[in-house]
Design a protein around this ligand. Structure first.
Ligand code: M6R
Length: 614
C-alpha cells in the first residue's frame, strides 16, 4: 500500500517524481522519499516523515538534478513512520537505492545472515534487507544488477513491487513485482513507473502492467524488456490506458471525497451504460453471456471483500437470496482466507474490491480457486490484480476513486450486484417478468433520484456542527438498510475519528440501548418499506431513553418528524435500491462533520486507499 514512482529519460526527473507521488499519496502518507542520480553522477536520497509536501520542503536547498530517479510514499508496516525508515533505502556502499511496496516476510532471517557477514543496517525496515541482499549478491557472485535481483528474489518470501537504481549505471532501472501492483509507462525515449497509471498518464498512454513474478529491465535507448525471475524473456503486453486527467483532479471541489459523492449520479449512469438497454427494461452483463453455465450452475454464492466492499456484499446477499433464491454468504476476506472454509466447485465466489489490489481479497480468491470455485470479480481499477485473478467479472466503471473513504465505489458495487442479481433471477425464472421490468426501470431512475438526494447537502452542512462534540454515534437500519447503517458508521469513524456503531435497529434492545443518552446522536435510516412501522417503534425506544434522533425518511413522510429531532428527506424507490439513495446523506454527514472538526478528509490518519498488505 505504498506508492511507487520512477522516471528515466531526458527530462528532469524530480518534478515528474514529485507530481507522481502526489497522485499516489492515497496509498499512504507516513513518509515520502526520492532517489536520483544527479548530473554529476551522485546517488542522492532525500526523505521526510509525513506527506509529500514535507519532502519538497526538505528538498528546497538540495541538489535535485538528474534525469533518472525513483520515489516512494509510504504506509508503514515494518518500522515506525520516520525519515529513517522512509524509502528509498541505500545499500551499504550507497551505490544502489531501492523503493518497495509490500512485505518481505522472511526479512528477519535474511537480515541475521547478512549481519553475520558484516552488513550494517540503517533502518528497521524489511525493504533495506532486500537492497543489502542484492548488493551482497552482486559483489559476492560478481553479477550485474538484474541477475543479482533475480537471485535475491528467489530468496525472499512475501509480496513486493520494487524499483532499484545503480549510480554506476544511470541508464537503467530494474523493477519487479509479486502480488503488489506495478505499471511501466513507455514514452518516446523515456520510461515511467507507477503503482498505478496515475503518475504516468500525463506523459504517455502506453503502459505495461507487470505480471506477478516478472522483472522489467528498463534501459534508456533500448526497448523495454520483461523477464521472469528465471530470466526467461516474456511477451511484452503493451496496453493503452484511457484515464481522463480531469477525472483524477478535484474539479473545483474542496476535497476528492466531496467531488466523488457528487459524481455518483454520473458514475451510476456509466456503470449501467451498455448493460441496461435504452428502453430501460433489460439488463445484460457480458460475463453472463460468456460464463452463463458457470454462473447459473451456482448452488451457493460466497462474497469475499473488506471494508466498504464487504458492506456492499451484505446488500448483494439480500439481493441474491430474495431475487434469485441462491443461498449466499458474505465473508471478510481476511477471515475467510485463514479459517479453512468449505468451498466447492458448485460455488460462485464473488470478490468485491474498489482498488482490485486488496491483499486479503486476493488471497481469498486464491484459496477459493484452489478448491475449484468459479470466481467473479466486481472491481473498479481496470487492469488491477483482482480482475486478473478472477475467471470473469464486471467493472463498476465509476472512475478513479481518490478519497480514502469509499463513496462512489460503494454505490457502483451495489449497482453491479443489483444488475447481476437481476440477470440471474431472470435466467433462473425466480422473478416475475413484471417485477423484473419494474426493477430494471427503477434502477435506471436511480441517478436522477441521487441528484435529488444530493440536494440535502446544504441541510447536512448546517446540521454537521451539532454532532462534532459527539464521542460516540449509533447508526440504525433494517433489511437492506442495515448494511447501510454499518457503512454510515464506517464513513464517520474513518474520517472524523468519532467512534460509531452500525446496528440492525431491532438488535439495539439486546445491548446497545444501554449506551443511549442525550449525548449520543442516533442516525436512523427509516425509509418507507416493509419494516417501516417497526423502525418507528425502534425510534420511539431511542426517544424514550433521551436519545437524539436524526432520521432519513422518504418524501411525504409525516409520522417520523413527530419523534425525530432532525429529518432528512429522500426520494422514494424500491426497498432494495434504497441504500443507493440513502448512502448519499450518510456520506455527506460524515464529510461535513469531519470538515467541521478540521480533519484531513481525503487522507485520514493511519489509513491508506489501497491495502496491499494483510
Ligand atoms: O479496494 P477495496 O474495495 O478492496 O478496499 C477495501 C477496504 O479497504 C475499503 O473499502 C475501506 O474500508 C475504505 N476506506 C472504506 O471507506
Amino acid at each position: 500500500m505504498c506508492g511507487i514512482v520512477g522516471y528515466i529519460g531526458s527530462k528532469k526527473a524530480y518534478p515528474i517524481l514529485i507530481k507522481g507521488l502526489k497522485r499516489l499519496e492515497y496509498r499512504g502518507y507516513d513518509s515520502a522519499g526520492v532517489a536520483m542520480i544527479s548530473d554529476s553522477g551522485d546517488l542522492n536520497v532525500y526523505k521526510a516523515k509525513g506527506k509529500v509536501d514535507n519532502l519538497t520542503d526538505y528538498c528546497n536547498d538540495k541538489d535535485v538534478s538528474g534525469c533518472v530517479g525513483i520515489a516512494h510514499t509510504r504506509w508503514a508496516t515494518h518500522g515506525e513512520p520516520s525519515a529513517r525508515n522512509a524509502h528509498p533505502h541505500y545499500s551499504s556502499t550507497h551505490n544502489l537505492a531501492i523503493i518497495h511496496n509490500g512485505i518481505i516476510e522472511n526479512y528477519a532471517d535474511i537480515k541475521t545472515q547478512l549481519q553475520a557477514k558484516g552488513v550494517e543496517f540503517k533502518s528497521d525496515t524489511d525493504t533495506e534487507v532486500l537492497v543489502q541482499l542484492v548488493e551482497y549478491i552482486m559483489v559476492k557472485k560478481n553479477l550485474p544488477l538484474v541477475e543479482a535481483v533475480q537471485v535475491a528474489l528467489h530468496q525472499v518470501i512475501g509480496a513486493y513491487a520494487i524499483a532499484i537504481i545503480d549510480k554506476r549505471d544511470p541508464r537503467q532501472i530494474i523493477a519487479a513485482r509479486k502480488q503488489s501492483p506495478l505499471v511501466v509507462g513507455i514514452g518516446k525515449d523515456e520510461f515511467f513507473l507507477g503503482s498505478d497509471a496515475s503518475p504516468i498518464i500525463d506523459y504517455t498512454d502506453k503502459v505495461v502492467y507487470l505480471e506477478d513474478g516478472n522483472i522489467a529491465v528498463i534501459r534508456l535507448g533500448e526497448e523495454l524488456k520483461v523477464i521472469s525471475i528465471l530470466g526467461e524473456e516474456q511477451e511484452l503486453k503493451v496496453k493503452t490506458v484511457d484515464i481522463d486527467l480531469g477525472q483524477i483532479e478535484k474539479g473545483g471541489y474542496e476535497h476528492f471525497m466531496l467531488k466523488e459523492i457528487f459524481e455518483q449520479p454520473e458514475c451510476l449512469m456509466n456503470c449501467m451504460r451498455g448493460r441496461i438497454n435504452v428502453e430501460g427494461n433489460h439488463v445484460t452483463l457480458s460475463a453472463m453471456i460468456d460464463y452463463r453455465q458457470q454462473l447459473l450452475g451456482a448452488k451457493r454464492i460466497v462474497i469475499v471483500a473488506c471494508g466498504t466492499s464487504w458492506h456492499a456484499g451484505l446488500i448483494g446477499k439480500q439481493l441474491f437470496e430474495s431475487l434469485c433464491r441462491i443461498p449466499c454468504e458474505v465473508e471478510y476476506a481476511s477471515e475467510f482466507r485463514y479459517r479453512n472454509p468449505v468451498v466447492t466447485k458448485d460455488d460462485v465466489v464473488i470478490a468485491i474490491s474498489q482498488s482490485g489490489e486488496t491483499a486479503d481479497t486476493l488471497a481469498a480468491i486464491q484459496l477459493a480457486k484452489e478448491q475449484g470455485a468459479f470466481i467473479f470479480g466486481i472491481c473498479n481499477a481496470i487492469g488491477s490484480s483482482i480482475p486478473r485473478a478472477t475467471n470473469t467479472g464486471t467493472y463498476i466503471h465509476v472512475g478513479p476513486e481518490i478519497g480514502v473513504a469509499s463513496t462512489k465505489a460503494f454505490t457502483g458495487q451495489v449497482t453491479v450486484l443489483s444488475m447481476l442479481a437481476l440477470c440471474l433471477a431472470a435466467e433462473r425464472k425466480t422473478i416475475s417478468e413484471d417485477l423484473y421490468k419494474q426493477m430494471v426501470k427503477e434502477l435506471t431512475q436511480i441517478p436522477d433520484k441521487m441528484v435529488q438526494a444530493l440536494k440535502t447537502n446544504e441541510q447536512i452542512e448546517h446540521l454537521a456542527p451539532i454532532f462534532t462534540y459527539a464521542k460516540n454515534c449509533l447508526y440504525l437500519g433494517r433489511g437492506y438498510n442495515y448494511p447501510l447503517a454499518l457503512e454510515g458508521a464506517l464513513k464517520l469513524k474513518e474520517i472524523s475519528y468519532i467512534h460509531a456503531e452500525g446496528y440492525p435497529a431491532a438488535e439495539m434492545k439486546h445491548g446497545p440501548i444501554a449506551l443511549i443518552d442525550s449525548e449520543m446522536p442516533v442516525f436512523v435510516i427509516a425509509t418507507r418499506d416493509r419494516l417501516y412501522e417497526k423502525v418507528i417503534s425502534n425510534i420511539q425506544e431511542v426517544r424514550a431513553r433521551g436519545g437524539r434522533v436524526t432520521a432519513l425518511v422518504t418524501e411525504g413522510d409525516t409520522q417520523i418528524q413527530k419523534f425525530a429531532d432532525h429529518v432528512i428527506t429522500l426520494p422514494d424507490t424500491l426497498e432494495c435500491f434504497q441504500p443507493l439513495i440513502a448512502s448519499i446523506p450518510l456520506q455527506l454527514l460524515a464529510y461535513h462533520i469531519a470538515v467541521c472538526k478540521g480533519k484531513d478528509v481525503d487522507r485520514p490518519r493511519n489509513l491508506a486507499k489501497s491495502v496491499t498488505v494483510e
